[in-house]
Design a protein around this ligand. Structure first.
Ligand SMILES: [Fe+2]
Length: 443
């Protein structure tokens, strides 16, 4: 009976988490002024209104028929809101605001959809012997898919002019001592990547399996992220004009798109300004620099260094001086909370590097989870033993094209559940809007 009760409780928690995740996306859309709902802040992406329908229709398309046998009540909306855009080399979308349904129609679709799903979820979760064998994983997928959009939508809304947004409460004034970064030695040792099937009931996306140990030779890594201050020096030294620092593809992209500074920066007279979520401020020199993979790679090369590999990231973040002993999180095994880093929607923007000393890893590497995803030099590929999820086969497999790089860690807008050690994020190297920073290694 005890086991049955706890199974029901876990299932009930899942429904609660789905409801909480919905609040995240609801809150996010509330920062968009009504007149800006049909804007397209990033040329390569859909208009904002698409995502209002998408985060709901995704759940419906995933669960309704497959898990609960529910019939569609609006097939055209199910299709219209089904897919986002991954802008690799394609043309720009040309749809007009008038091509999209009215907000009221979408709100009505969303409300009915949530209501029908909630009833089915509650009914099915109350009885552990009922439902699709993969039901729990499917609901986890719905939750994390939505939370990922809560983050990537923040990147998109970041590019929406401040006047088109409802300003959030004031951001904190940080009183962080100026950090001095240096290289710290990480001794050779093993790192556990990914999750293993069968060990426990932990949820992971398909690309997190099959987990395995990797031996990582010794190397040295920056104790702090590269800051805006550091990146300014790279720019002043002519980094963007130095052909030798860029791959052929990156050089072409940089020139064609006229890239000469990080996307979050803007020149105003003699000053560099920084675009925060709700307005421009003078460039905060001690914030981690947010740049594309191509820019991060050029900077590392300028110093004769590299970006870390995915395995090196794991060693620096989770390894300890006792080989074979790894932590769940850089700071230890305690679940993520506000003592340990800038993540889980606490802030809209970065904090100064080193603002969370208690979150440092066993080797004294700061902010390695939180305050910005960290670029690695590892191309996103499947782990040996990878199998796509039957109910979402393209989630990872569509991106194993050699054109995406692994990011690890997490940003201010990454949900706590996705700060797990095995979670892998990925982006293409020239997409400049991501909350991604980096640090360098010598190996
Ligand atoms: Fe999506």
């Amino acid at each position: 009976m005890g086991a049955l009760n706890s199974a029901v409780r876990i299932r009930h928690d899942l429904h609660y988490r789905l409801t909480e995740a919905r609040k995240r996306t609801d809150d996010l859309f509330k920062i968009v002024r009504e007149e800006a709902m049909y804007d397209r802040p990033i040329a390569e992406r859909h208009r904002i209104i698409f995502y209002v329908g998408h985060v709901e229709s995704f759940d419906w398309n995933l669960l309704a028929q497959r898990a609960f046998g529910l019939q569609s009540f609006n097939e055209s909306f199910d299709k219209l809101f089904a897919f986002g855009i991954d802008p690799v080399g394609g043309g720009l979308p040309i749809d007009q605001p008038s091509d999209w349904p009215k907000r009221e129609e979408i709100d009505a679709y969303n409300a009915r959809l949530r209501d029908e799903l909630d009833q089915a979820v509650a009914r099915t979760l109350a009885n552990p012997s009922e439902g699709h064998p993969l039901l729990l994983s499917m609901i986890e997928v719905a939750i994390e898919h939505r939370l990922m959009h809560a983050e990537t939508l923040a990147y998109m809304l970041h590019q929406l002019p401040a006047g088109r947004k409802v300003r959030a409460p004031k951001e904190p004034v940080w009183k962080t001592a100026r950090a001095k970064s240096h290289l710290v030695d990480i001794p050779a040792g093993t790192a556990t990547l990914g999750l293993k099937h069968g060990d426990n009931a932990e949820f992971g996306w398909d690309n997190e399996f099959e987990g395995a140990e990797a031996f990582v030779p010794g190397f040295a890594i920056d104790t702090y992220n590269v800051m805006n201050r550091d990146f300014l020096q790279f720019m002043q030294a002519g980094g963007y004009q130095n052909r030798g620092l860029w791959s052929d593809e990156a050089w072409k992209w940089k020139n064609e798109d006229g890239i000469s500074h990080p996307t979050f920066w803007r020149r105003e007279g003699n000053l560099w300004m920084y675009r925060t979520m709700f307005g421009d401020i003078q460039l905060p020199l001690d914030w981690p620099v947010y740049v594309s993979h191509a820019e991060a790679t050029a900077y590392a090369k300028w110093l004769g260094r590299k970006l870390p590999s995915e395995e090196q990231f794991h060693r620096a973040a989770y390894g300890t001086s006792e080989d074979g002993v790894e932590r769940d999180y850089p700071w230890g095994n305690e679940a993520p909370n506000e003592k340990y880093g800038n993540f889980d929607f606490q802030h809209w923007d970065p904090s100064p590097v080193g603002a969370y000393p208690r979150g440092a890893s066993a080797f004294g590497v700061h902010d390695i989870v939180g305050n910005g995803w960290e670029w690695t030099r590892t191309v996103f590929e499947p782990f040996p033993g990878f199998e796509p999820m039957s109910f979402y086969p393209g989630y990872s497999a569509n991106f194993f094209d050699g054109k995406h790089y692994v990011m690890k860690g997490g940003s201010p807008r990454t949900a706590a559940c996705m700060l797990r050690r095995s979670f892998r994020n990925w982006f293409q190297p020239h997409y400049p809007y991501v909350y991604a920073t980096f640090r360098c290694v010598e190996d």
